[in-house]
Design a protein around this ligand. Sequence first.
Ligand SMILES: O=P(O)(O)OP(=O)(O)OP(=O)(O)OC[C@H]1O[C@@H](n2cnc3c(O)ncnc32)[C@H](O)[C@@H]1O
Length: 491
Amino acid sequence: MKEKNPWHTPVTIIITVIGVIAIVALVTVAVLQNRPLTQKYKYGIVLDAGSSHTALYIYQWPAEKDNNTGRVEQTHSCKVKGPGISSYASEPWKAGESLKDCIEDAKRRVPEKRHDETPLYLGATAGMRLLSIEDSSASNKVFQAVEQSLQKSPFSFQGARLLSGQEEGAFGWVTVNYLDDRLKQGLETTGALDLGGASTQISFVSNNYDGSESPKNSVTFRLYGNDYNLYTNSFLCYGKDQALRLTLAQQTQSGPRSILDPCFHPGYNETVTYSDLYDSPCVSDRKPQGAPVTFTHLGQGNSSQCQDVVKSIFNFTHCRYTQCSFNGVFQPLLQGPFGAFSAYYFVMNFLNLTDTSIPLEVVRKRLSIYCETPWDQIKQRHPDVKLKYLAEYCFSGTYILTLLTKGYNFTSESYPNIKFIKKIKGSDAGWTLGYMLNLTNMIPAEAPDSPLLPHSGYVSIVTVITVLLFVLLIFSLRPFWPRCSKQPQII
Ligand SMILES: O=P(O)(O)OP(=O)(O)OP(=O)(O)OC[C@H]1O[C@@H](n2cnc3c(O)ncnc32)[C@H](O)[C@@H]1O
């Protein structure tokens, strides 16, 4: 004889089955409807045609979010072999040829089915700015050659153009603040310090700058619903390579056969051709008359004299504004944190001086000890470093400290606000990302509406409410529940 379970009645079985099916169906629909789609990416490529070299950057972002919220990140970079495109002025076709290896590399990195929809941009900076000043027809030919070469790529080529110094500065600032997530969240922004080979840029937001004084330094943005009034200035000829020319020109005004350069290590000895040194619009008008063909460039390794000669390339005498940096250029009071990238990073990283909590005086002392080290010892210590870079680190370090403190007015107190950076969250700091974000309208002017809850939160809430409703339903059907009789049923 078996005892009959009161729950095994047809009504309770049907209710339970329907309830379970309803819960499973509801949760399945909630999960499927709102599940993130399998991640597909879109791509963008930017070629940075700098004065010293060209680099290609590949960016990717989630395909379904390209118009506002998707995070853009750098997935790959390729360094073009050889010098910058402006060096091909006499053989422009070689400028186009030089890009081919990196384009082939990009073809392998970007999925083939995305090639034709992937925008490809080339932006040229200070090297081409100088070439266009020197010889605009040669600069046009170089642009034509790179355009012809890039048009043959399978990507959607959007043109090659010369960026103004202002654009270079402003897009560098956008990159740094985008990668730091400061724009979306409306946080205090980070200033951008970019040291290239031929120009240098400073860009920051300052409370005492509204653009009315020196409007040519003002760039306004509305990003994610916030207005920014950015101060930016680009100093052509004050990139690291051209600044070195300026100091050498300063030391060779009388057309000597040799110079004892305090910014090079004792024992350094190189022959320099006058025509090479003065072959740049930054110094060409100062070429000494009647100079010999070459001069001997000898190192002396004297830090304080190096500081003096570097200081002499800045003009601090005239300023028609309330305040200036140098060469009569307006600059508002420095404000907030700064990210210093490109050559700022390469040089300070080599010199082991990226830690800005080290007092400026100590930084200067360490640099002076480095500058006084004989050239032979330096070469022995760094057998793998490119000789040109190695020979110039003493000059470059001194130039960076002079530019920051004498040029831009950083003090012992504000120097720790600078962070020497190469990458932020895997993407290189530089103007290229900001340029692409702007051209693809990827930073909206207004803050996008975001869903109240993340997907996982939504699914959890739907599940909990469904289970509660089911329990409620079961209880509301209480009158129909089978009653247990005191006497066990006998079957
Ligand atoms: O912005 P412009 O002025 O056109 O110049 P660029 O684009 O060529 O400038 P980069 O930021 O690529 O490089 C800045 C400078 O740093 C130099 N440089 C690159 N790598 C370096 C390294 O490892 N050590 C020292 N200097 C380096 C390079 O030769 C340039 O003079």
